[in-house]
Design a protein around this ligand. Structure first.
Ligand code: BTN
Length: 251
């Protein structure tokens, strides 16, 4: 699969992920196709959130990925692949970013990019995936004060198209280990760049707010937090719905 062999550019669309899903259903695109838009009217974020972005200022794209023979319990590898690729693209332009579990891209304590992967499951196997990436490029003002962009970090304009080609190059580079089954490489690159790894931080779970330390991720990608409960150090694996980061404001 060659990512970016075909690139479809749209002015306005509801969501590039939805548009891609329709093209796949109609058999109009092959794996590797990239669909990008200047503007989304119903951009989707994780956990049913809305992804908002000023028209024409940012990178909004979806990639049609084949299954790479991943089984269901290996699907976290797609998250690693995507996050590591966005990180390397940013690093190439001198922005040092980190991955906030599971797949937000942060510069310092601010979010610069988000990733939404939608998997199609057939008979308990991933048949294909739609990888959606929203990268803030030239937007300067955000309703959400904890967001940032390439321009805010570099104080310079970047052509979305140039970044797109850099990203496609890196996606192809990291698709190789994924396809050849070297999932350990992607996992270790992900872990090496995990936001707040081994630093004490504040979280919230069903029992309330607590201090803990991210120790790593489990085999299937759950977040492992070390905390002290009744004087005893325990480890707990959390999934996305079970834990929330309490981020320091004003940073
Ligand atoms: C998140 O951090 O909540 C994930 C955001 C993902 C946004 C991108 S923008 C392009 C693609 N199309 C969508 O509707 N969402 C993703």
């Amino acid at each position: 699969m060659q990512i970016g062999q075909k690139i479809i550019r749209l002015d306005t669309v509801d969501s590039t992920n939805n548009y891609t899903a329709n093209l796949i259903k109609q058999g109009e695109i092959l794996p590797g196709a990239v669909i990008m838009a200047d503007e989304q009217t119903a951009g989707k974020g994780q956990r049913g959130a809305v992804w908002s972005s000023n028209a024409g200022e940012n990178m909004l794209l979806s990639v049609f990925l084949n299954s790479a023979n991943l089984s269901l319990h290996q699907q976290v590898a797609l998250t690693h692949f995507a996050a590591v690729s966005v990180l390397e693209t940013l690093r190439k332009i001198g922005i040092s970013a980190q991955i906030k579990w599971p797949n937000d891209i942060f510069v310092g304590h601010r979010k610069i990019a988000g990733i939404l992967i939608e998997n199609a499951i057939v008979n308990g196997q991933i048949s294909h995936s739609i990888l959606g990436i929203g990268l803030n490029v030239n937007q300067m003002d955000f309703k959400d004060l904890s967001a940032t962009s390439v321009k805010r970090e570099k104080m310079a304009f970047y052509a979305v198209e140039d970044l797109l080609f850099q990203l496609i190059f890196v996606l192809n580079k990291y698709w190789e280990p994924l396809e050849s089954g070297d999932l350990g490489l992607l996992r270790s690159l992900y872990l090496d760049n995990l936001y707040l790894l081994e630093q004490e931080a504040t979280f919230e779970d069903e029992n309330g707010i607590f201090n803990g330390t991210i120790q790593g991720i489990s085999e299937v990608g759950l977040l492992t937090i070390r905390k002290i409960v009744n004087g005893e150090t325990i480890l707990r694996n959390y999934d996305l719905k079970e834990v929330r980061f309490i981020l320091k404001s004003g940073l």
